[in-house]
Design a protein around this ligand. Structure first.
Ligand code: SAH
Length: 267
């Protein structure tokens, strides 16, 4: 496996190509996705097919989106996969997922995502949240900790609030770096994101929700009354039933949304 060549393919670093090769981990991933034939499954970045090959043993047809032409070419010539996959050679960050939608069959999306694009890609996918049932991803372990964090925790951040706005986060499995080739410098974890059927706390303006989170988490050490002093009067916090003396990391998603909705209404 010299020069990062694996199964005859030279791994491209800027595409985040770290290929899974540990059969136990691959099996654990496939059983936690628990795919069924009737489902609308989509894999992002199938690469050399580590998860793909294990999955086709359970289901007949599904969709893959892969940017690297050399890899889609291999998938198109693969003796088993070629008849089972609908292959899009596209950038998943610009992909219009509405074209995969089917009536009463929400998307189930999964993948071992490139670390450098995982956050923007997840936010791109949230644009289609009404049509997605769940997503299973291998991500940097720290990122999983941040997504799953609860108020009061150091990892609780703007990313946590903006993600939990759309979905419930369930960390599933830690994956050692030795499970990949080439071996990445960071640790990974596999996570399930279950999209809310109905948003529990809808914001009237996502821009305001984002802004309110930014204000708060850029000034983590301050009390929220100080964080928000340019934006709102302490009386408004009291009216919303929010203690002005707590710190941003103790605000719940519901409270962030209440502040954002008040500001949106007020402008
Ligand atoms: N799923 C495989 C490969 C993971 S590596 C495995 O677990 O072994 C990440 C994969 O994502 C690579 O195949 C890479 O080419 C692909 N990729 C990187 N950026 C992408 C993008 N923007 N859109 C779609 N695929 C992308």
């Amino acid at each position: 496996m010299r020069n990062n060549v694996y199964l005859g393919h030279k791994a491209i670093k800027h595409l985040g190509q770290n290929f899974l090769h540990d059969p136990n981990i691959i099996n654990a991933i496939v059983s936690s996705i628990d795919p069924k034939s009737s489902e609308n499954l989509v894999e992002i970045g199938p690469g050399l097919g580590a998860i793909t090959e294990a999955l086709v043993q359970k289901i007949d047809k599904f969709t893959v989106i892969e940017l690297d032409h050399n890899l889609t070419k291999r998938l198109r010539n693969h003796p088993i996969l070629k008849d089972k996959l609908t292959i899009y050679e596209e950038n998943a960050m610009q992909f219009n997922f509405t074209k995969l939608m089917r009536v009463n069959n929400k998307l189930r999306i999964f993948g071992n995502l490139p670390y450098n694009i995982s956050t923007p890609l997840i936010f791109h996918l949230f644009k289609f949240h009404k049509n997605i049932q769940d997503m299973h991803f291998t991500l940097q372990k720290e990122l999983v900790n941040r997504l799953a964090a609860q108020p009061g925790n150091k990892a609780y951040s703007r990313l946590t609030v903006m993600t939990q706005y759309y979905c419930k986060i369930v960390p599933v499995l830690e994956i050692p770096s030795t499970a990949f080739f080439p071996k990445p410098k960071i640790n990974s974890a596999f996570v399930r994101l279950i999209l809310h059927d109905n948003l529990p706390y809808p914001a009237t303006s996502l821009k305001w929700l984002n802004r309110v989170c930014r204000y708060a988490f850029n000034q983590r050490r301050k009390t929220i009354r100080n964080c928000y002093k340019e934006l709102l009067d302490i009386k408004i916090l009291q009216k919303l039933g929010i203690n002005p003396n707590i710190r941003p990391e103790n605000l719940t998603l519901k409270e962030f949304v209440e502040i954002a909705n008040w500001l949106d209404m007020d402008r």
